[in-house]
Ligand binder design. Structure first.
Ligand SMILES: [Zn+2]
Length: 511
């Protein structure tokens, strides 16, 4: 046999393609050629394969080897092709029976001593292999736990090239080492911050509950120390738990960044991601020079993206949030191709009222000029704020508010949120929307969902007087429906509309 073939997977973002790895041995000058669009890391594979083969007693120094990765049109990324290339070569050398490996997907980097090292992106790669109908996948031992999350595929954890070749040659059912069957943990007693810790701040708590119930984006304006971050961190504790499919989506993103077995959990808590304002645009939306890495907005997929001190973020980074907010995904363009990542997140932004932070209420101690104050909040672009239905002020904590009784726990609030979500799911059944925040304003102003003029009289008047823009009007309507859903009412009342109006009127637009 001078020909060998096996399979692997290449990833572009989270999307994978099954790749056929073929090796030919032929006469002629010794060489090791690799074709089929390998990237820089993949192009180094022949060196590692030669060293690993030599370490287990098979010198390739006198061989002329041609390896082809097909389909040739798709870029092959990363060092995970070491293992399938080594197995294809071993088959061509007659060390492994071809029928043993033709359908097995191999993933893994080789150490110079033949050890098999973990690689990134094993979970999305195995998901892709399973969808393509593959039944067996050989992965590095350290990646076995994430691979096992994928149903309907047999995972063979492998530690060393020599062991794997021996197992293939012997025709054993279970390849490689018998790593313990560690199922991913389904529940973890991880302590998440609880809303009961938040004292006072009734209005901000209401806004947070509405945000969770209707999926509305949220803006918190207030002085330092008022608890904006504390509130934002607690949003995930009142959001519905993720489904198993959503949890796998979240873990697949982590896998691209090199998830460790300790971080694996399908407990279903939505992710909370809070990039620092000095973060680069690539860190926020994704990017990178060689392999494109997902950014904070993709890590926040199915969860919350929190931007604290939002006026301090780079304008370009804020600008780049608009497309993902609209489409739920982000396209990261590179020189040769563009990579797409999922990015359906709930946005929470927080800002101080002015550069010094004291320009609140009477503004005692604030030294900022009116111009500096206006310019500060003006850095947040209007089109971005237009997508934020809830814009509230979080006042400084006073001694009297500290004396107040402790607030409700997250568990209590989460129950109401769940009921409100159920009401929305029933109402929007048969439409493209599931949450009030997703419904276009025109649908709430006209036709079936239009409210009676007696309910909307206050905002109608504000609109007529020019105190409210049409976009502002639509934001109020969306929130009013969520107020009604949380209150268990079938349609919003005039009071519900009033509550919604109060909770959108306090942001930078009004300030
Ligand atoms: Zn100030």
């Amino acid at each position: 046999m001078t020909f060998g073939r096996t399979r692997s997977v290449t990833l572009e973002g989270l999307a994978g393609s099954v790749v056929e790895v073929e090796a030919h041995l032929s006469g002629g000058l010794p060489a090791f050629m690799l074709g089929g669009l390998p990237d820089a890391a993949c192009a180094q594979s022949p060196n590692r394969v030669k060293a690993a083969a030599a370490s287990i007693g098979h010198s390739l120094a006198q061989s002329r080897i041609t390896v082809n990765l097909s389909p040739a049109s798709i870029p092959k990324n990363g060092s995970g092709f070491d293992l399938p290339i080594a197995i294809a070569v071993a088959t061509a050398l007659g060390l492994v029976p071809p029928e043993r490996v033709g359908d097995v997907v191999h993933l893994g980097e080789l150490g110079l001593d033949g050890s098999i090292r973990s690689v990134r992106g094993v979970l999305p790669a195995v998901l892709c292999a399973a969808r393509a109908g593959c039944r067996d996948v050989a992965v590095p031992v350290d990646n076995a736990a994430e691979a096992r999350i994928v149903p309907d595929i047999r995972v063979h954890p492998v530690a060393h090239l020599a062991d794997l070749i021996a197992a293939h040659a012997a025709g054993v059912e279970t390849l490689g080492v018998s790593a313990p069957e560690r199922a991913p943990r389904l529940s973890v007693a991880k302590v998440t911050p609880d809303l009961a810790d938040v004292v006072g701040q009734e209005e901000a708590r209401t806004a947070l509950e509405l945000a969770a119930a209707g999926g509305h984006h949220l803006f918190l304006l207030g002085p330092p120390g008022s608890g904006k971050t504390m509130l934002a961190e607690r949003l995930v504790s009142i959001l519905p738990r993720l489904s198993r499919e959503q949890s796998i989506d979240v873990l697949a993103v982590k896998s691209l960044l090199g998830v460790t077995a300790a971080e694996l959990s399908l407990e279903g808590l939505p992710p909370f991601v809070a990039p620092h304002h000095s973060a680069t645009q690539a860190a926020i939306i994704g990017g990178g020079s060689s392999a494109v890495r997902p950014g904070a907005i993709t890590l926040a997929h199915h969860g919350v993206l929190f931007l604290d001190e939002v006026p301090e973020f780079k304008a370009a980074a804020l600008q780049s949030l608009r497309q993902p907010l609209e489409s739920g995904r982000v396209v990261v363009s590179r020189a040769k191709a563009s990579v797409q990542f999922p990015a359906r997140f709930q946005l929470v932004m927080a800002a101080n009222p002015c550069p010094c932070g004291l320009g609140f209420g009477k503004g005692v101690g604030c030294s900022c000029t009116p111009l500096a104050k206006r310019g500060y909040l003006g850095r947040i672009s209007g089109p971005l704020l237009d997508r934020v239905d809830l814009q509230v002020q979080v006042p400084a904590i006073t001694r009297s508010s500290l004396a107040g009784h402790a607030g409700e726990s997250s568990a209590t609030v989460a129950e109401r949120v769940l009921a409100a979500r159920k009401a929305q799911a029933e109402r929007w059944d048969g439409t493209p929307w599931r949450l009030n925040s997703e419904v276009p304003g025109s649908k709430l102003r006209r036709g079936r969902w239009r409210l009676s003029p007696s309910v909307t009289t206050d905002i109608d008047r504000s609109l007529d007087r020019g105190q409210l823009t049409l976009r502002g009007y639509d934001r109020v309507m969306r929130v009013a429906w969520t107020v009604a859903d949380l209150g268990g009412r079938l349609t919003p009342t005039r009071d519900d509309v009033g509550t919604a109006l109060t909770l959108r009127n306090q942001g930078p637009v009004a300030a």
